[in-house]
Design a protein around this ligand. Structure first.
Ligand SMILES: [Zn+2]
Length: 501
């Protein structure tokens, strides 16, 4: 992916545009979007653009030129005049569009494709425009760093929304008649049955977004669901070439004091470590970061790390790191519980179970941890201290929970303020004021005092209050700290910690 850098100031007179730009970007395209080169150097194209120029257009040009781009904003009228002058006497070049290869998704101007798709649907059966429209939506979603694309048919239109940093944003509204063709195209990509429109379906696909060395492989998980206005589709984008699943704890935002305590528990050879938090709170990333760290530790020699997951989100193994990952398969009888039992016959040291949600899995996980295995898993509770009560609710004996539980890490992700615009909202953050996310962590360490409390049947609130008295930082306190550091807002912390929208 090309890098886009936005320069803060407006500009004086434009410098001469690069030949590459004039060759590869058609005049009409430049004129429509008010964008012109000011020359290129060392793989970076300097662009003069209007504040109205969509970022995806800049992306397209960067991909097209195979260059990073840096933008300076100028006056619309002056840019238009400069474009006319620059293209004077040149022949029309080939148009910018989606790369020809089926598996390669390039950038394209969505508004044009949309108009084209809409028009062609009325006149022909041609599927080309819809294919390109879906490709362009994928490209746009990726350039906005979206994790999911929602295609949601309504009575009179189709909403296309992107989930960015955990929050759904309405991106586009398509005419209602495009619902069927767009969802059908998505189903074709996922090798799903396009004739069957009355049952929910799941599919997968891998596409390369961007061309050449800028291409990135993206795994798509596609799900459709019939609704009263037609089939709804959600595409999850898993960027397998991205770095997100290979983060360091520091870049997850874990404070050093919390990290030291957490790693102390994670480097023991037995015990259960649980991560809690709602879907999308970053638990998997933290688990994966932990597993890779444990598997690559030289000072402990070779460690057999095995997982049973639903689904496997990323392949964790690399030439230096060996981790065996298995996936739940309900149809074939592979559940968390049965998978865990099989793993125990494979001489593991560290085991990750995707989730503990039934009595049997809880029982086997406890047994495994008491017989010299480190067990990592997730649990659905709001805060760390409630994990004890949850395990007991699942049927685990309190004395076994107290003997096996080592630590519980509650986690949330809060959006961080966009530093360039200080949260006021700009083109760089699509007007939201936020860019990127950072973790909030509450680490509950099970010590002697907690063991006694569990043994004597203390309630979650007593255990929680006592842990806080002894220094446990709550999610809320950590959120307050980030607000004070002006890294996020109180509204955002409340939304994430309390589920307030
Ligand atoms: Zn901004």
């Amino acid at each position: 992916m090309s890098v886009i850098e936005v320069m803060p100031s407006a500009t004086s007179r434009p410098d001469a545009p690069s030949e590459a730009f004039l060759d590869l970007v058609p005049r009409d395209f430049a004129r429509d979007h008010l964008v012109l080169s000011r020359g290129g150097m060392n793989g970076t194209e300097r662009l003069l653009a209007s504040r109205r120029t969509p970022l995806i257009v800049i992306h397209n040009i960067g991909v097209r030129l195979g260059a990073d781009t840096n933008i300076e904003f100028g006056d619309d009228e002056a840019i238009a005049v400069a474009i006319d002058k620059a293209y004077e006497g040149r022949r029309a070049p080939q148009p910018v569009g989606v790369a020809g290869n089926d598996a390669v998704v390039g950038g394209a101007d969505i508004d044009r494709l949309l108009a084209q798709a809409d028009r062609d649907l009325l006149t022909t059966e041609g599927k080309g425009p819809v294919v390109r429209l879906v490709d362009a939506l994928l490209f746009e979603a990726l350039s906005r760093r979206a994790s999911d694309i929602h295609v949601q048919p309504l009575e009179d239109r189709v909403l296309v929304r992107y989930r960015v940093d955990g929050v759904l944003q309405t991106s586009r509204e398509l005419p209602a008649r495009l619902a069927g063709p767009v969802v059908s195209r998505i189903k074709v990509m996922g090798r799903m049955d396009i004739a069957e429109k009355r049952v929910p379906q799941d599919g997968r696909a891998t596409v390369t977004i961007g061309a050449g060395e800028h291409g990135r492989a993206i795994d798509l998980r596609i799900s459709t669901l019939p609704t009263s206005f037609g089939e709804r589709a959600v595409i999850r984008l898993l960027d397998t070439s991205g770095e997100e699943h290979l983060l360091s704890f520091e870049s997850l935002g874990m404070p050093k004091a919390t990290l030291d305590l957490y790693l102390d528990r994670a480097s023991r050879s037995s015990g259960i470590i649980l991560l809690t938090g709602p879907t999308g709170s970053g638990k998997t990333t933290t688990l994966y970061t932990t597993l890779r760290r444990l598997a690559s530790r030289g000072d402990r020699g070779d460690v057999n790390v095995m997982t049973i997951e639903d689904p496997i989100e990323y392949e964790l193994s690399s030439p230096e790191i060996a981790i065996s990952q298995a996936q739940v398969n309900a149809k074939k009888g592979v559940t968390f519980a049965s998978g865990l039992r099989h793993i125990l016959r494979q001489d593991p040291d560290v085991i990750m179970v995707g989730e503990i949600r039934d009595a049997e899995t809880a029982r086997i996980a406890i047994q495994a941890s008491l017989t010299g295995h480190l067990v990592l898993s997730t649990l659905h509770t709001n805060d760390a201290a409630s994990a004890v009560a949850r395990l007991v609710d699942l049927g685990a004996e309190a004395y076994l929970v107290s003997a096996s539980l080592s630590a519980v890490l509650a986690q949330r992700l809060v959006r961080t303020l966009h530093t360039s615009c200080e949260g006021r909202g700009c083109d760089g953050c699509f007007g939201t004021g936020y860019l990127g996310r950072v973790g909030l962590f509450e680490l509950f360490v099970v010590d002697e005092q907690v063991r006694e409390q569990i043994g004597s049947g203390s309630t979650a609130s007593v255990i929680r209050a006592s842990a806080r008295e002894r220094g446990m930082r709550s999610l809320q306190a950590e959120g307050e700290r980030l607000v004070e550091e002006r890294r996020t807002t109180r509204t955002e912390v409340e939304r994430v910690v309390w589920g307030l929208e």
